[in-house]
Design a protein around this ligand. Structure first.
Ligand code: AMP
Ligand code: MN
Ligand code: MN
Ligand code: MN
Length: 283
């Protein structure tokens, strides 16, 4: 088993985006799982942080204000995690609101496409699964499963929702450099999320990381639950080469994905400098 328990988890989701647990339950589970430093990183939203902060204080966890900003590069959706962002920054909140507007527009178009494919009413069904947020692709995937269109969510992505499939809607997310700038202007640390998940060749992965570093990006998510040992090694080397700090997170979305658990990920290689060095931690 290469994933190991850690008391640091800097990438998790709640019902403020596509996670299954509300912020209070997520924080309680993190505490029960031995996590003592937690960053909540919902997609384009910081709506879960206030509730998470209350429970973190009760349970003695250090909570880092996080967010996972959707961006675009080379015709792909790339995610940039912001850690330690100033939640009171109104300009940043406005920028997240513009992401939310794009998400609503995209959800409407996705539902229209699914209706044309023979599955009407998917926006309403998907919205039922996202009472605190905007229906994202996992909510549409679940709606398709409930409607009997697919056997599981994975199949829903493979058939309809993944990039280049018939219900995938290309979205005008900001460029990576812009997402990095938004995060840094809100006093956050910009982290390239799960670089191993984009299925890039070695050359293209390095090009992405080089461009991210040149744009002011500060850290790579080296240790993610779904990164294998070879990917961790490769990313650790690239972090050193491009003078980037290393982050670690499970990208936990909830109990239904049994293979991802809170606080479980590959350990940080000794050559890496932890992104926590850049973050002032508060209790
Ligand atoms: P969205 O933010 O609406 O673009 O949805 C992206 C989210 O969908 C990711 O954060 C994952 O939680 C999930 N996701 C992406 N690709 C897949 C896939 N192939 N199978 C299952 N879930 C996926
Ligand atoms: Mn997600
Ligand atoms: Mn992501
Ligand atoms: Mn994530």
């Amino acid at each position: 088993m290469q994933n190991q328990p850690s008391n640091i988890d800097l990438h998790v989701h709640t019902t403020a985006s596509d996670g299954e647990l509300d912020p209070a339950r997520l924080v309680a589970l993190a505490a029960d799982s031995g996590v003592s430093t937690l960053a909540i990183t919902d997609h384009d939203s910081m709506a879960g942080l206030a509730e998470a902060g209350r429970v973190s204080a009760e349970r003695g966890l250090s909570l880092i204000a996080g967010v996972e900003v959707s961006s675009r590069w080379s015709n792909m959706d790339i995610h940039i995690v912001g850690l330690g962002v100033n939640t009171g920054d109104e300009r940043f909140q406005g920028r997240l609101q513009s992401q939310m507007d794009r998400r609503w527009e995209r959800a409407r178009i996705m539902a229209q496409r699914l209706a044309r494919l023979g599955y009407p009413g998917m926006l309403e069904r998907a919205a039922e699964g996202a009472p605190q947020g905007i229906p994202a692709r996992p909510h549409f995937a679940e709606a398709l499963v409930q409607a009997g269109a697919c056997k599981d969510r994975k199949q829903a992505f493979q058939r309809y929702l993944a990039q280049s499939k018939p219900a995938y809607v290309k979205t005008e997310w900001p460029e990576i450099s812009e997402a990095v700038r938004w995060i840094r202007e809100a006093r956050g640390v910009a982290v390239l999320a799960h670089p191993g998940r984009y299925k890039l060749t070695r050359t293209k992965l390095e090009r992405l990381i080089c461009m991210f570093a040149e744009s002011g990006g500060q850290a790579l998510e080296v240790c993610v639950a779904t990164h294998g040992p070879e990917m961790v090694r490769q990313l650790a080397d690239l972090a050193v080469k491009y003078n980037l700090y290393a982050s670690q997170g499970s990208d936990y979305h909830g109990p239904s994905m049994r293979w991802v658990q809170l606080g479980k990920m590959p350990p940080l290689p000794s050559t890496c400098r932890s992104v926590l060095e850049l973050l002032p931690l508060e209790k």
